[in-house]
Design a protein around this ligand. Sequence first.
Ligand SMILES: *[C@@H]1O[C@H](CO)[C@@H](O)[C@H](O)[C@H]1NC(C)=O
Ligand SMILES: *[C@@H]1O[C@H](CO)[C@@H](O)[C@H](O)[C@H]1NC(C)=O
Ligand SMILES: *[C@@H]1O[C@H](CO)[C@@H](O)[C@H](O)[C@H]1NC(C)=O
Ligand SMILES: *[C@@H]1O[C@H](CO)[C@@H](O)[C@H](O)[C@H]1NC(C)=O
Ligand SMILES: *[C@@H]1O[C@H](CO)[C@@H](O)[C@H](O)[C@H]1NC(C)=O
Ligand SMILES: *[C@@H]1O[C@H](CO)[C@@H](O)[C@H](O)[C@H]1NC(C)=O
Ligand SMILES: [Mn+2]
Length: 666
Amino acid sequence: MLPWLLALTISALTGSTVGHGGGSERNCSISPPYIPSTAVNSTLQLQELRKKMLPLKISAYIIPGTDAHLSEYIAPRDARMAFMTGFKGSSGTAVVTPTKAALWTDSRYWVQAEREMDCNWELQKDVSVGSIVQWLIAEVPKGGQISFDPFLFSLKKHEEFEIALESSNITFKSVSNQLVDEVWPNRPPIPPDQLIRLPDRVIQRTWQEKVQDIRRQMAESLYEPTALLLSALDETAWLFNMRGKDIPYNPFFYSYTLLTMDEIWLFLHEHRLTDELKVYLNSSCSGPLCVQLRSYDSVLEQVQAYVAKAQVKVWIGADYTNYALFEIIKPKDKIMTTSYSPVLTTKAVKDETEQRILREAHVRDAVAVVQLLMWLEKTVPGGKETELSAAHYINMCRQKQKDNRGPSFETISASGPNAALAHYSPTNGTDRKLTVNEMYLVDSGGQYLDGTTDITRTVHWGTPTAMQKEAYTRVLMGNIEISRTVFPSGTRGVNMEMLGRRALWEVGLNYGHGTGHGVGNYFGVHEWPVGFQSNNIPFTEGMFTSIEPGYYKENDFGIRIEDIAVTVPVKTRLGNRFLTFETVSLVPYDRKLIDTALLSPQQLQWLNTYYETIRRVLGPELDRQNLSEEKSWVLRSTEPITNAAASITFCALPVLTVCALIQSLL
Ligand SMILES: *[C@@H]1O[C@H](CO)[C@@H](O)[C@H](O)[C@H]1NC(C)=O
Ligand SMILES: *[C@@H]1O[C@H](CO)[C@@H](O)[C@H](O)[C@H]1NC(C)=O
Ligand SMILES: *[C@@H]1O[C@H](CO)[C@@H](O)[C@H](O)[C@H]1NC(C)=O
Ligand SMILES: *[C@@H]1O[C@H](CO)[C@@H](O)[C@H](O)[C@H]1NC(C)=O
Ligand SMILES: *[C@@H]1O[C@H](CO)[C@@H](O)[C@H](O)[C@H]1NC(C)=O
Ligand SMILES: *[C@@H]1O[C@H](CO)[C@@H](O)[C@H](O)[C@H]1NC(C)=O
Ligand SMILES: [Mn+2]
């Protein structure tokens, strides 16, 4: 799935508010206002929230669309922004004042917000902190107070607001009462289901070994931390090799960990631990490798008690630790921060077992994607299939694969103009019939006990236009250029990112989303901090990332080609061992959309080598699953591609030996 571009420098390119078939948007400038049936009447909850704000003298209350762990996906009980506004998109910030209410969300969600909100809410489109603060300064009287639930702000986000409000003479202050929860009558409960530990076959490092490794890194730090506080849900789940299912599409469970050199406190809902898990965590003992279980809700108290001691220093990751935990640690010299905790940076580098099983998950996942593409090729001309039926089919195919645990995000199945809307997923209201006259984009992924997958293919079942073919080929060239690049270990993704855009830029095309993100082993489909943005960590051996350039033509079509790749060592001809990417997604591209004349000999060679790999690795798996029709489809789709045009051009050159050499490569 596409990562959102952090630096929204080219957001204008995707600033589309074009609707897609079926749904309708509110119109608040007519009288009476037109409110679609898909919107929520927010009058009552706004009234109730304002009643709570009044005695606390709050002039504006900020409601971010995240949870106490700054999760990208949240559980229904944390959907506070959606409860207040009606807007169910996965990213946004709501603000309520005594007389106004506003929602900020990025261009992916503008259409959706106009459909889901009533006219109590204004939609704001510039999601930068600067824009929110500007609005706040205009609305809040001098000397007024802006408040928020400190659990829903990372300390980094809090700092951004604080700096922006510095000279405004407005107080920016957390309130411990969780105001939205107080006015939310049927807030969903904590999920009751029991947590699991991962089976030994998918683990190389036991939790005890991981704890020792993290403690070693703490001991080596020059800042001499005495404790590490883990707040992001994947941090604790990774450390203990445990999983839950509290968050849709993400096998996480509500938790925190406080790790010192000789103690481990694990905060969770204890009733969710089986006796076996308690033994696994060795909870009834003492010693540096015994886990002391504490209730999830006692984390503030326990951290406070710990930091009351002399000579302690707590290491926290600024991007994923909530402000509530930060503000109780005083004085501030008892805190040491880095952007990411050592758990996140350690987790980013997969061990040998993780690398092997993540590759294996991608082989089985490719079977499911091949089944979808082959089925669509056969059925679409019949005229009965739609975006939704295709999404349903791919889910079904994945379910049949060993160790599947459902999809890793809601499938993006988009035909024609719908594919030009980033992050579009079909609904009953927008579902579009698939035809041989339109391009089709499918971005989907699976959770497997051994890995998380994410892949996008774009296809055309009829005759693509010259523009579609050129755009597709240039997107593919971007994907290949990143994939085949050779670089020294420690190179930042942001310094390679333009390789994915260059072929598009050459002809004045571009895309408005990020180029790639990390993925996990049965974890999040967007796993930070790996990727191609400025705040991602440098690439080293054993990291998995998506590579996913695209191109979107408003009201017409959308293209994205996404693969997962792992960084592997490569011997260079004149120098040291460098790194390159090895693609682990194993699904052929649409031959019909590739204009081979645009590809360089190196790109063509990469493509043919990739196709050989698909045959070599996916072929036996298809045999094992008795899928002979799929096998023939794959063989047909991975026939070596030759480039007649390129060889003619080259052979016209006077240097005949070069020509012969290149031809032998083709
Ligand atoms: C709302 O309705 C008015 C009056 O019919 C119209 O001029 C305006 O364009 C509409 N706005 C939107 C966003 O549809
Ligand atoms: C919305 O809810 C409020 C309070 O319950 C009610 O007074 C109002 O009529 C409702 N508005 C619409 C358009 O249904
Ligand atoms: C800030 O607000 C306080 C309280 O309303 C007021 O006394 C003070 O003069 C204000 N200062 C500035 C610089 O506006
Ligand atoms: C728990 O840990 C203690 C001390 O580290 C050890 O002696 C004991 O054998 C462990 N118990 C289990 C059940 O693993
Ligand atoms: C969509 O339509 C199908 C079939 O009519 C129905 O089963 C399903 O509940 C609908 N989904 C939604 C979200 O309305
Ligand atoms: C594949 O077919 C063989 C021979 O018919 C059979 O023994 C085997 O169980 C089948 N395997 C699967 C995965 O269906
Ligand atoms: Mn992706």
